[in-house]
Design a protein around this ligand. Sequence first.
Ligand SMILES: *[C@@H]1O[C@H](CO)[C@@H](O)[C@H](O)[C@H]1NC(C)=O
Ligand SMILES: *[C@@H]1O[C@H](CO)[C@@H](O)[C@H](O)[C@H]1NC(C)=O
Ligand SMILES: *[C@@H]1O[C@H](CO)[C@@H](O)[C@H](O)[C@H]1NC(C)=O
Ligand SMILES: *[C@@H]1O[C@H](CO)[C@@H](O)[C@H](O)[C@H]1NC(C)=O
Ligand SMILES: *[C@@H]1O[C@H](CO)[C@@H](O)[C@H](O)[C@H]1NC(C)=O
Ligand SMILES: *[C@@H]1O[C@H](CO)[C@@H](O)[C@H](O)[C@H]1NC(C)=O
Ligand SMILES: [Ca+2]
Length: 470
Amino acid sequence: MRHQKKGATMYLLLGFVLQALWVSWCHATQHYPASWGHYDVCKSQVYAEDRLAWHYMACQPEATDMTKYLTVSLDPPNITCGDPPEMYCALENPYMCNNECDADTEELAHPPELMFDSEGRNPTTFWQSTSWKKYPKPLQVNITLSWNKTIELTDDIVLTFESGRPEQLVLEKSLDYGHTWQPYQFYASDCLDAFTMEPKAVHQLTPSTMLEIICTEAYSTGYVWKYDKTVRFEIKDRFALLAGPRLHNMASLYGQLDTTKNLRDFFTLTDLRIRLLRPATGATMVDENNLSRYFYAISDIKVQGRCKCNLHANSCVFDKGKLGCECEHNTTGPDCARCKRHYQGRAWSMGSYLPIPKGTANICIPNNLGTSVRPNASSLGAANRNQARVCDNVLLRCQNGGVCHHHQRCQCPAGFGGILCEKAQCQGDSCEDLQSSQPSLRPPPTAQTLPLALLSLISSLLATRGLTSL
Ligand SMILES: *[C@@H]1O[C@H](CO)[C@@H](O)[C@H](O)[C@H]1NC(C)=O
Ligand SMILES: *[C@@H]1O[C@H](CO)[C@@H](O)[C@H](O)[C@H]1NC(C)=O
Ligand SMILES: *[C@@H]1O[C@H](CO)[C@@H](O)[C@H](O)[C@H]1NC(C)=O
Ligand SMILES: *[C@@H]1O[C@H](CO)[C@@H](O)[C@H](O)[C@H]1NC(C)=O
Ligand SMILES: *[C@@H]1O[C@H](CO)[C@@H](O)[C@H](O)[C@H]1NC(C)=O
Ligand SMILES: *[C@@H]1O[C@H](CO)[C@@H](O)[C@H](O)[C@H]1NC(C)=O
Ligand SMILES: [Ca+2]
C-alpha cells in the first residue's frame, strides 16, 4: 500500500507554529503576528551572564495531511465490490445502471486506497462496497484508519461520498491503538429513531458543553446527490467555542489546551473508525426489486493533524512505515513522553504553551543535577492523582480573564487576584502586589489551603462532565 512504501522517509519539517489553520486565523486577526514562530524551534542561543547559552522552548511539528501515514482496514474484509463483478444502478434512477465494478480490471476496481489518493482527478476515484444484496439484513461496514502513533487533530475531518450519504453512520476514535473505542459523533437522517438521541448541531454547543458527543442530522437528510456529498466532524467550530468566532482569543485556547487534559485528549487519537450502518435509500422505501441502487462509495477522506510530541519536538519522521517524534529536550519515545536515560534529574512533564508565546520547554535534566528528588513513576502517578484540581479551563473557573495553570492556579490578569481571580485589586492600598500576578514557574499553592466547599463544588462539576474518563 502506498503509505507503507519501503524506506520512505518523510520529514514533517519545522512548521509554523501551530497548525496552518491557527496561523491563518492569527494572521487574519493580527494577534501575536510575529510571535508564533517561536514554537517552531526547540531551542535558541542567547547571551546570559556574558556567555552563550541555549534557551529552550516548547515546540511541536507542523500540522499536515495525516492520511499519508495511515493504514486502512475494512470489516468485513471482503466488503469491497467487484469480486464477483457487479453492475450498480443510480439511487435516483433505477434504469440508469452504468456503474460497473470489477476487482480484476484496474479501471473498474474500487479498492480502499482510492479514498486517500490525491483528488482533482476527473472522474473521481473512489472505494465502493458491495450492494445491499442481503436486504433486509443490515449492510454494515467498518472502515478503520490506524496511525500506530498518537496524533492530534487540527482541522475538520471530511468524508466525501460518491454514493448518497449514509442514513446512519458513527464516527469513532481510539486513544489506545484500537483496544477501546469511543464515539466522536453520530450521524443520521433521524437521530431519535437511529440512536435515540435528540438531534443537535455543533453551533448549539457552548464552552461548557464543547466536548459533548452529539447526533447530527445535518449530513444525512435528503439525498442531494450531486451537491451535498460531504460528512464533517467539525473541529474548528469546537475550537472557536473557546477562542471566539474568529479565534481572536488564542491565548485563552492555548492556556486551556495546556491545562485541561479532557480538552487535549478530545482532539487526540491513534485510530479512527467510520461505522457505516445504513446506506442512502433515497426519498422512497427500499426498492427490494433493485437492490443494486444501495451501496456505499467514498471518494475522499481528509484528516489534518500533527504528531503528538508533548511539545518536545518540532518534527516527526515517517520511517519504515512508522511515525515517530524527533525528540528534543533530552526526552525520548514515540511521543517524547519520557526522559532519556541519565536525564531523570526531575520528573518528566510535557512542555507548556504558557507563557504565550514562547511556552515552557520543561526539559529533562541530568540525574546528578540539583537535588536528589527523583520521583519514580508510581509515586509520581499517585501524587498526581491526589492533587485536587483548583481550576479547569473547560469550566472557565478562573474569572475576569484568568487562565488556569496546571489545574492548580489561576493566572490572573493585572488588577485581579484571589484564587479564581475574583477579587479586583488596587481598590484600597495594596497596589504593590500587581506584579505578583504575572505568570511564573513557582510551585503552585497546595490544595489544602483552599476552602473545602470550593473544592467539592469543583469536583462535582468535573464529575458531571461527559468525557472526564477519556
Ligand atoms: C465475505 O466473507 C464472509 C465470511 O467471512 C462470507 O460469509 C460472505 O459470503 C463473503 N461475501 C462475499 C461477497 O464474498
Ligand atoms: C434493476 O437492476 C438491473 C440490473 O441488476 C437493471 O438491469 C434494471 O434496469 C434495474 N431497474 C429495474 C427497474 O429493474
Ligand atoms: C465494527 O466495529 C464495532 C465496534 O467499533 C464492532 O462492534 C462491530 O462488530 C464491527 N464490525 C462490523 C461489521 O460492524
Ligand atoms: C506499531 O509500532 C510499534 C513500535 O512503536 C511496533 O513495534 C509495532 O509493530 C507497530 N504495529 C503495527 C501494527 O505496525
Ligand atoms: C540534554 O540537555 C542538556 C542541557 O541540560 C544539553 O546540553 C544536552 O545537549 C542535551 N543532550 C541531548 C542528548 O539532547
Ligand atoms: C517508587 O516509590 C514508591 C513509593 O514512594 C516506593 O515504594 C518504591 O520502592 C519506589 N520504587 C523504586 C524503583 O524506586
Ligand atoms: Ca479518491
